[in-house]
Every structure is written in C-alpha cells, then in structure tokens.
Design a binder for this molecule. Structure first.
Ligand code: ADP
Ligand code: MG
Ligand code: ZN
Length: 484
C-alpha cells in the first residue's frame, strides 16, 4: 500500500534592510569578504547587540501578511553550538517566545486546467534570528585543501517561518513555497533571491503510519530551488518507503540533497532542542510590540495576492484561475490592469497576457519590466481586433512584429495592408470563383446541407490570407449562394 507523505517546511527569509539585525554593518550582497563586519557581528567579547527597528517592522509586516497572531512580548534566546562560521559560539534567535504564531497561507492546488482550488497550510511560528557566516571550501576557491570564512553574513536579519505538517505532496510543497515567496515580495519583506541566499528552505518528511498516526520525520536542509525541493521530497519519500518495506524503521536524521545525483545523503542524526542549551539572551530586553504599532503596520500593507485575485476576478470578469496566474506578481497584475483599463474585454486581455506575453517572457527569460510590448500597445492591438479591423489570426502576427520592431500595431497593419478584407463585393467575387470550381458543393448547399458552409468559409479565409472576418464571410455566402 502507498503510505501518505506528511511534509512540514521551514523557510529562512532574509529581510530587506540596509543594516544588520544587531549592529550597523551593511547587509550588501557580494561585498569584499569580511568587509561588512564589526566587533558586534564578529561576536568579540564585551560588545552589546542593539535591535534594528526596521527588522521588527518587517517581521510584523510578514506576520500580518501570513495571518499570524503577534506576540505582544517576545524574547530572544541564545542557541549554543559550535561551527567555524559562528564566532560567538551561539546564534541569537527567538525560541519559546517567537514574535508571531498561528498563521496560514492558502495555497493553489488546482488540477491542470481545472477549477481554481486552494488548501490552507497552517503556519506554526515566525521568529526573528541572525544569520551566520559562510565557509568557502577548496573547490569554490580554486585552492584544494583550503577553507576560508566570510563573516559578512553574520548578523544579517532573517525570519524563519515554520509550517505545521499540513503539506500532502511534493507539488503542494512547491506551491506553498511559490505562494510564500509571492507574499514576501508583495510586501517588500524580502527580495527572495535564492541565488543570493535570501530565501532558503528545509523540508521535513515522514510517511504516515497505517493507523494514521505520524511517522518518524527526516529533515532535508538547504534546498536552494523550489524544483530541487520538490525532487528532494520525492526522493526522500521513496527512500523512506523502501526502508519501511524492508521491515526497518526510519531513523530521525538530517539530510542534504545532491542535485547532480538527485539523491539525499545523511549529514547527522537528529539533534534535539536540548542539545542547544537555549537560554534567554541576557543582553537584550523583551521585544514589545503594541497595538498601535500593529495597526500602523496594518494600514501600510499592500493589497495581498489573495485579495488581488478576488478583485481582479470581479472587476474584470475573468475566471479565478486567470486572476491567480496574473496575481503571482504585482508587476504582472499591474501590466494586466493597465491593459484592461484601455480595452473593455477583460477575458481577452487575460488570454493575451497569460499566453503571448508570459510566453514571451519565459522564452526570453526576462521580467515583465523588460517586456518589449507595453500594455498600451497590447491594448491598441486588441482594440483593432475588437473593432473588426484585423482578424485574431493576423493579431498574432502583428504581436510578433511589435516584439521585433517596437512599432505601433496601427502602423504595422497599414504598412503591410493587413487590415480585414471587409469589402463586400471583393468577398462576393471570391465566393463566386470558389463556387465555379465546386458546383457539386453549391448544389448540396442549395439543397439545404448547411454543413458545407464551412468549406466555403475556409476557402475564402485561405484566399484572403486570414484577413477576412469569418462571420461576415458566412453572411455573404448566404447572400450570394442562397439568396438569403
Ligand atoms: P526542528 O528545530 O527540529 O527543525 P521545528 O519545530 O523548527 O523543529 O520544525 C519542525 C518541522 O517539521 C515543522 O515544519 C513541522 O511541521 C514538521 N514536522 C513535525 N513533525 C513531522 C512529521 N512527523 N512529518 C513531517 N514533518 C513534521
Ligand atoms: Mg529546524
Ligand atoms: Zn557588525
């Protein structure tokens, strides 16, 4: 029998601040190694951490965006462990009193092409912590057998966001991560740049016991792309199933994922929280967040993806699925809205944005800010179709040409004479030509077999290179051949 996977995810998000969480060093990525450091973030003796106000603001914003309850009085703790890139010998993090708890994210679980469906993934906690430094080993340095440490990341502000074990499949895990990233970006909490380590995730996986109780979990650390996260979870599910099938027990442990082999590998058997000897950070007072601050932050919140999806659905009368795709980024939604403000048919706009525009971005691997077709140009193009000036088929070609030349759709259409052939007598002439060649089909049509109409429409479209409006052609055929 197939055992159901149970998945919980921990994500570390780097907050968008200019300075670190407990000192004024810069957080700039890619700076000269060890240049963004000071006695506080290096953990030299006798220095005092001072909490960065901006970190609290962003953490509260993140908590509200994730529907969390905000702890009015949270606390920092020391998590003690030895690692070369952690000079202090402990990490300052929130432990039993995190700044936020009990939130949720509604995640898209629609089947391909089906109705838009969501599933609620509960968030257990969100807490503030500092990042550690980075060890660089031989290969990365091109010096075999050497390791160097860059402390620039020490003290970079993070929030860790931990879900309940609510996720039921590798794809759901990917959707959760996508949605979380979207929300963080909407609110300006993090740039979520995975290449620069601004968003990192760990996945916990177990297989549910036959009696429905939770099985033993394994944790896969530092998954640095959503695709890898999905693949790592798939692999880990299979590995655990094989262990259980062999009559053995899954041992709780921490794994890494090797993207080249697609396999997980054991790093260490699982440490317990008591191994870290947590205790309250004596150099920091309780962090108090009052109602006024929460309300002030709430007022500054932008429209979030779910609210945007609802509004787009209603305001532009587009399917929920379309609205969901369009609201995956604020910029795409803005592009859509700009275009829809210039063209009355919302569904036509969403079709074009989801198809031609997003397709183009994907093909060229660019963001919507660099899209060679502006929303105004796209609206002009759709207006030409709606006014019957060009056919839908020609519109696709014109779109390609706007991409290539940047010219306006009107200019392209008039220069190349792509306008719809709506001259009734010209179309009637073509119909007569076709009719002369196929008297048999004319006879059929005149005897009432209307299914041959399609043949005549097709021929006219072919001869006008798609530039005639099929509906008008249909009417003229009836006039000319059926004398209607
Ligand atoms: P740790 O510090 O050991 O990583 P956390 O409490 O920070 O522990 O995170 C544990 C994560 O593991 C949470 O996301 C939680 O939902 C998930 N989890 C707990 N039990 C299970 C289980 N049996 N199977 C899968 N995930 C689990
Ligand atoms: Mg953990
Ligand atoms: Zn510093």
């Amino acid at each position: 029998m197939v055992l159901q996977p149970v998945i919980g995810i921990e994500v570390h998000v780097q907050l968008l601040t200019e300075s670190k969480v407990f000192c004024s060093c810069s957080t700039q990525f890619g700076a000269e190694p060890n240049s963004n450091t000071c006695p506080v973030c290096l953990g030299l003796p006798g220095v005092l951490p001072v909490l960065n106000k901006k970190v609290v603001e962003l953490a509260v914003k993140a908590a509200l965006a994730l529907n969390c309850e905000i702890t009015r009085r949270s606390q920092f703790a020391r998590k003690n462990y030895f690692y070369p890139d952690l000079t202090k010998g402990f990490q300052i993090t929130q432990f039993d009193l995190p700044i936020a708890t009990n939130g949720y994210i509604d995640v898209d679980v629609s089947e391909n092409g089906g109705e838009a469906k969501t599933k609620r993934i509960r968030i257990n906690r969100l807490h503030i912590e500092e990042d550690s430094g980075k060890s660089l080993h031989g290969e990365a340095l091109n010096v075999e057998g050497t390791s160097l440490i860059d402390f620039n990341r020490c003290g970079v502000p993070l929030v860790e966001i931990v879900t309940e074990p609510d996720i039921e499949s590798p794809e759901q895990a990917r959707q959760y991560l996508l949605k979380l990233k979207t929300i963080m970006q909407y609110c300006g909490i993090s740039d979520c740049n995975m290449e620069e380590g601004s968003l990192r995730c760990d996945a916990n996986i177990s297989l549910r016991n036959e009696d429905g109780s939770l099985g033993t979990r394994c944790e896969i650390k530092n998954l640095n792309s959503f695709r890898f996260a999905k693949r790592a979870i798939e692999y880990e599910m299979r590995r655990q199933a094989e262990v259980l099938e062999a009559g053995e027990k899954v041992k709780q442990a921490t794994y890494g994922f090797n993207a080249a082999t697609g396999k997980t590998f054991m790093m260490r058997t699982k440490e317990e929280s008591q191994d870290y000897r947590y205790f309250p950070e004596p150099d920091l007072v309780f962090l108090e967040v009052d109602d006024d601050r929460i309300e002030a932050t709430r007022k500054m919140m932008p429209e979030l993806p779910d609210a945007k999806r609802e509004r787009l659905t209603k305001q532009y009368r587009i399917p929920k699925y379309d609205a969901m795709v369009l609201s995956t980024s604020q910029e795409i939604a803005d592009y859509f809205e700009k275009c829809a403000s210039l063209h009355p048919n919302g569904k036509a706009v969403s079709n074009w944005v989801m198809g031609s525009v997003l397709g183009l971005l994907k093909e060229r691997n660019i963001g919507i800010a660099d899209c060679p077709v502006s929303p105004t140009r796209l609206a002009e193009l759709l207006n030409l179709v709606a006014d019957g000036k060009i056919s839908g088929k020609i519109a696709k070609d014109v779109f390609e040409q706007i991409v290539e030349t940047g010219k306006s759709p009107e200019a392209i259409v008039s220069e190349q004479n792509l306008g719809t052939v709506s001259d009734e007598s010209a179309i009637a002439d073509i119909i007569r030509e076709v009719a002369d060649k196929r008297p048999d089909l004319v006879a059929k049509l005149q005897s009432g077999k209307l299914n041959v109409l399609g043949f005549f429409v097709g021929q006219v479209m072919k001869r006008t290179k798609g530039q005639a409006d099929p509906q008008i052609v249909n009417q003229i055929i009836r006039k000319v051949l059926l004398k209607e």
